[in-house]
Design a protein around this ligand. Sequence first.
Ligand SMILES: Cc1ncc(COP(=O)(O)O)c(C=O)c1O
Length: 470
Amino acid sequence: MAGRTEAILARKGEIMKRALGMDYAQFERSPIAFDYEAMMAAHGYSLDEIIRIQLAGGVGKTPLLELRNLTDLIRSYAEPGHGARLFVKDEAANMAGSFKDRRASISIHAAKEKGYAGVIAATSGNYGAAVSSQAARASLNCIIVQEAFDSRHVGQPEIIEKSRICEAFGAEVVQLTVGPELFSHMLELLDETGYLAASLYSAFGISGIESLGWELAEEMTALTGAPPTHVVVTHAGGGNTTGTARGLRRAGATSTQVVSASVDLSGLHMASDTDFNRKSFTTGHTGFGVPFATWPDRADVPRNAARALRYMDRYLTVTQGEVFYVTEAMAKLEGLERGPSGNTAMAAAMSLARDLPRDATVVVQETEYTGAGKHHWAQLNFARANGVEVRAGDPTESVPGKSIVIPERPEQIRAKDFDLGKMRRSYVRNALAHAGEGYAPTSEDIEFLAADTHSDAESVEAIIAALKEA
Ligand SMILES: Cc1ncc(COP(=O)(O)O)c(C=O)c1O
């Protein structure tokens, strides 16, 4: 088995070059820098074309809803004059129930256009459903590779629900236990089938999300006379933040603050067999959010199109209990029963809106569908069954993997700012480590690092000097 894995990994470059439908080598500039915008434009689709492709696939033009009852609730405990207007983009209205349809639609369109017979994606989340659904509409074969179980063969209800949905759309689902063999298995399948790798992190996918940022800026301008002051984005691998922010910029919404949000799962290790089922959120948590923001090129493509740190103005974290509370509040006050990912941003947005003036406008840019294993009751039962304490109280007392504390009152929802300075330092350290010992960054590298960390050359140089001293 080890020999087989080594043999396939040795052929990684050759297999991925054919499977990705794009030669990434042409964008490389140095061991650190690459031409990001050239990579993003290489597929040749304009935003208008992307929107057209998506509408034909049943994707996009989702409702933008004002959440008046939640806004009133926030204003009831905010300081006088505070409590921003809250809006949500109901992305659950997409074909397979989330914004991931935008991401999948462009990869599937490219696969069809380039003559691939099918697509393969490695994902245990909504992206699998999105790829399967879009592939069905395009009459392409589809294989979804999931990390589904721990070594006891127990699976998160949300992931198991995802297997069912992908199969319902006609995809073949390969379920693996948590561990490093996911990538080598996917390589073998790509090699055997000759299908397109519909990576979550390709330029196709991320360009597909730009329509979401663009759409919401246009809709808010029509509704309120201006783009939103703040957009809150649930963040994991970084595509959601990246694509949305790029779309906002394309719509001219350059002063809109982009606020990423994740569930705080600090202390739990995503690749750990024992921690795997001790988290009640399979995405939108810091376990992906921090490592991907601080080193995006850890992905299954040579250069990740999702580069969240480039676009984040703030990064907020919330607790699992706060998200469960907000899930029920949304259903009971707004008639919207939706899944955990969008509600992560909603929990952060409730905290943010409380501190902003009343004329500020906060858009949560997605909802996701809920039901079966995704539902909060299924998640809470699973947490209890895995030894996690579930109780009402002060959410600051919660400990990821050990307890979920559901707030008793909405004013207990308080998001925390994650230190972006720390993330920038960590990103630069990772970039230097990957460039190799003794590599001296050029001025082009410094410029690239400044853009990739949403800072400036001076700050990057200061980080590099401090790292040298350490
Ligand atoms: C519904 C939903 N929202 C948000 C996210 C996070 O997006 P990203 O991984 O691009 O940061 C995911 C991804 O797993 C998702 O499925």
